[in-house]
Design a protein around this ligand. Sequence first.
Ligand code: NG6
Ligand code: CA
Length: 525
Amino acid sequence: SMTRRRLLGCTALTVAMGMTGAGRAFARAAKAGKRKPNVLIIYADDLGYQDVSCYGGTAVPTPNIDRLAAQGLRFTRGHAPSATCTPSRYALLTGEYAWRKEGAHILPGDAPALIPPGKPTIASMLKGAGYTTSVVGKWHLGLGSGDLDWNGRIAPGPLEIGFDYAYYFPATLDRVPSVFIEQHNVVNLDPADPIKVSYTDNISKDPTGAEHPELLRMTPNDGHDGTIVDGVSRIGFMSGGHSARWKDEDIADTLVAKASDWFEKVVGDQPFFMYFAASEIHVPRVPAKRFQGTTGLGPRGDAIAEFDWVVGALVAKLDELGVLDDTMIILSSDNGPVLNDGYNDDAVQKVGEHRPSGPFRSGKYAIYDGGLMVPFIVRWPDAVPAGVESPALVDHVDIFATMAALTGQTLAHDAAVDSFDLLPAFIGATRSGREYVVEDTSTNIAEEDNLKKHSNSIFALVAGDWKVIKPLGQPSSFHGNEIGNGPVPALFNIANDPGETVDLAARYPDRTRTMLARLDTILDG
Ligand code: NG6
Ligand code: CA
């Protein structure tokens, strides 16, 4: 087809033009390649494409993130695998799109482990390449094998799928249990005050947001009125574990400290891999005191400022340990932005001219590109030239195969099936990436009323300049974001119309049909 020919022509041209650049980059990599680089993935939560200044944002300065981009490469077509958290993280870690996996949608805090022990992950693959591995921050991929006892050994979890060290919170900031787990155990748990968790019944004597709004520091909406922890009511109910409950204002400092301690411990002969899953900028947005009121956008903007500080602190630690330039840092976000996501925290009122998803339509939960196009930065001065802006089409699902290529690992035929080795794009040696991406939303969450009617996720296929959205139900929105579903297919020319404003499906029925058929083939494959 036209699209394909044009894409290939363009690829050949950029490869030819980029040859010397590629040669130089590989020479740099080879020279530096006496040892494998450390790998640090910094994964933000709900950070939008234009929430950061190096992607055009002007409302909140993000100097530390901007510096990473200035010293490395910035993808302009970087995709989160899904428009929500759990599926994106599943795809990032396994190299397999989450729609292949039953139940890979936003999980409650008491869900069993989604990634079974034995399934290859980036962590287990890099472990096989001689890396020491860790995860610090948000998990949200389930724990245990059903009916988990939070007071005992919590497994399976990260340690059973390739991580040597884990310091994490189980689900989301707005879900119970609001505690940290280190290795296999809840941190600071008093055995005399055991933890119980329920997402159906109030099993706790602690006050809830529904019954005691006077105890809250911010009012909830759309649920979020269960057990109160640290002045914020959460989704779900928990009893016990009072000494283990987090203080929202301390979370960034705690995670940075844990990551720094681990870096100190492991820096040495073996390379390391850390998946740093930041807490920002997901709700409830309660950044440390020193960030509160610093941006004029309310807590959402202040959380962006906090995230930027976190990035700077991690970078500074690596620098102090003398390993910054030996580390490939990849920074991105699990899904697009949302203003009101369950608490009345002024995000809507104070957004002003700020456009969190930049040129793209809608945000989190949506099949429109605002839900899926995110900041995506790679810094590794040994091989990645500074200040590169790359239009290559890339997806977090590709990080797995790309890291395998970086470390000389061969993948088993059933490992990371959706992941492409895009190392040449990651080091700026080519400006072309994948030929297509499958987008999905995984917003099929039974307890969420306005989505109940959708038994399936919304899907789209992006290939070349074009994007088709598969029909699903009646147009609806979630937490203020239109999610992009509808009874008939939609077709957009995203090269001319990145904001997906003009539906061309009726004008180009053949292209629409062909792309939908291709999408179905991929989904069935
Ligand atoms: C939704 C929550 C939302 C947020 C989201 C998870 C409701 C009505 N909404 O179910 O507040 O917690 O899940 O966000 O409960 S994510 O970034 O982890 O996917
Ligand atoms: Ca998220």
